[in-house]
Design a binder for this molecule. Structure first.
Ligand SMILES: [Zn+2]
Length: 292
């Protein structure tokens, strides 16, 4: 049995109630992602909480593809993007301006403006239809924002607890299935209260001991853990497709100014360089297929 908690997601069910959940710890994955750009500490923390939340939700994806979360802010935080594939491959990026306090809350950074919003996109890899849900950004914390979104978009009661600190991001998701009984409701209240009272899971050595300590009065079955990791899906072919969209005239003007075209991936910060000949080659072939 695996006991280490590092970079693990463990789904669990209450055997005698229609309550389920999952617990995740992001360790190397989190550190690798925040190391891609010089994010302020306060933003690293919010990114870690969001990574944990998106990973917990992506774990339930029923298709091959990804879940993309965007927080659009109107103040210090302009944009935070976190993407998690159905294989639990994570990446993230953010745009901000100005100072970010170490203990900044999402609501502080996003601002009061009515244009602040949360967008969740389900993106099937096989070319199936995109699903996009948009809600106004509400709730002071990342967890409260997700709970608000889930209350609006799903028929399932959901609670989230998130914490990111010291190079580690952890999260717990609890969900109560629809049409549950009074006994289920009692379990739901007890489990939620246990999390509110003793968030010891954030310091637990492994998922099993965390669940045992939290829900000692209940019969909880944990499933085999999955392993989230950092991976960026950028490639030279995708950058070429983006340059094609930019258009030949724009690319020629960059060439006139700099002699080559260089593009940095906004997620992983990898640099793609195209010589003048390579950049012009992009526009010489047949129209590129849509690169997903
Ligand atoms: Zn990349």
């Amino acid at each position: 049995m695996e006991t280490a908690f590092e970079d693990q997601l463990t789904r669990f069910v209450f055997e005698r109630a229609a309550v389920r959940g999952a617990v995740v710890s992001l360790d190397t994955a989190y550190r690798d992602i925040v190391a891609c750009h010089p994010y302020p500490r306060g933003l690293q923390r919010l990114m870690g909480e969001t990574l944990a939340a998106v990973c917990l939700l992506a774990n339930a994806l029923k298709f091959d593809g990804s879940l993309v979360l965007q927080f659009h802010g109107a103040a210090t935080l302009r944009l935070l993007v976190v993407e998690c594939s159905s294989n639990l491959e994570l990446r993230a990026t953010a745009q901000w301006q100005g100072e970010v306090a170490d203990d900044a809350r999402l609501a502080d950074l996003a601002g009061e403006d009515r244009t602040s919003r949360m967008v969740l996109t389900l993106d099937p890899k096989d070319g199936g239809p995109l699903y996009q849900g948009v809600v106004a950004l509400q709730g002071e914390s990342v967890a409260a924002s997700f709970e608000h979104y889930l209350a609006k978009s799903e028929q399932i009661d959901s609670r989230l607890w998130l914490r990111a600190s010291d190079g580690r991001a952890r999260g717990v998701l609890l969900q109560r299935m629809p049409a549950s009984t009074e006994a289920d409701a009692a379990t739901w209240r007890r489990a939620s209260a246990a999390m509110d009272r003793a968030p010891s899971v954030f310091d637990a050595a492994d998922a099993h001991s965390a669940l045992t300590a939290l829900f000692s009065a209940d019969d909880v079955r944990a499933f085999r853990p999955r392993h989230p990791r950092f991976a960026c899906s950028c490639s030279r072919a995708r950058v070429a497709a983006a340059l094609r969209l930019l258009g030949s005239a724009e690319v020629e003007s960059i060439l006139a100014e700099r002699g080559t075209v260089g593009v940095d991936c906004e997620f992983c910060n990898r640099r793609y360089e195209f010589s003048a000949a390579e950049a012009r080659e992009i526009f010489s072939g047949p129209a590129a297929a849509v690169v997903h």
